[in-house]
Design a protein around this ligand. Structure first.
Ligand code: ADP
Ligand code: MG
Length: 207
């Protein structure tokens, strides 16, 4: 009983939660569902950058907007300060827009590169944009950024391969409720691809 009360109290505390990971891994879908479950504010960085004009230029080669990191960080800080609710910040560079000391948890969503490639192709990724992002997943780029910026204790990796969004959200909530340990080092795509002899196909700098 006491434990439940403590959990309730903990969940009422305002948290700043980052959801990061390679594009197409499921960040926005998961964050939306998580926010509705926790009655939290969801900030999709790609959306806010576009809708509020917080960018410096268009990267025409990648078809993406280059965020104005200074303006974006200020805007995020404003939103976090103004609300009493937990804030979920969703984006592959989320760790670069909030001061690390203000972050409570950083969830890094992972997905097997074979499955991730299918999601990327469904969303129209091809050529350089496709291999660059797949290489980033294989080489743990978001994970190492998260760990180097926020410190390993706040970083929780979740393997989304073969899980639906509900299952991913459930894992995140369990970590927030202290019912599941928050850990890193749960996947090894380099090792897996090397073992099956396909690594060179993924890191060949072209598709
Ligand atoms: N675990 C999953 N189960 C079902 N669909 C997924 C899963 N992961 C990603 N997808 C699909 O991949 C696409 C990208 O998801 P999205 O939430 O926009 O990712 P992100 O915000 O990380 O780029 C969506 O079409 C989504 O339905
Ligand atoms: Mg997204």
């Amino acid at each position: 009983m006491l434990v439940n009360i403590e959990v309730d109290l903990k969940m009422k505390r305002k948290l700043v939660v980052l959801v990061t990971g390679t594009p197409c891994v499921g960040k926005t879908s998961v964050s939306r569902m998580l926010a509705s479950k926790l009655n939290a504010v969801h900030i999709d960085l790609a959306e806010i950058v576009k809708n509020e004009g917080l960018y410096v230029e268009m990267d025409s080669e990648r078809g993406t907007l280059v965020a104005d990191m200074e303006k974006l960080s200020k805007r995020i800080e404003e939103i976090v300060e103004e609300t009493d609710k937990t804030v979920i910040i969703d984006g592959h560079y989320a760790m670069h827009v909030v001061s690390p000391e203000n972050v409570n948890y950083i969830f890094v969503l992972r997905k097997n590169p074979k499955k991730l490639r299918i999601e990327m192709e469904k969303r129209g990724y091809s050529g350089r944009k496709l291999w660059e992002n797949l290489a980033a997943e294989i080489l743990d780029v978001c994970l190492s950024d998260a760990v180097s910026i926020c410190g390993v204790k706040k970083v929780c990796e979740i393997d989304t391969t073969n899980k639906n969004f509900h299952e991913v959200v459930k894992e995140i909530v369990e970590v927030l409720e202290n019912k599941r340990v928050c850990r890193t080092g749960i996947v090894d795509w380099l090792g897996e691809l090397e073992k099956e002899g396909t690594l060179k196909d993924y890191l060949k700098n072209e598709f």
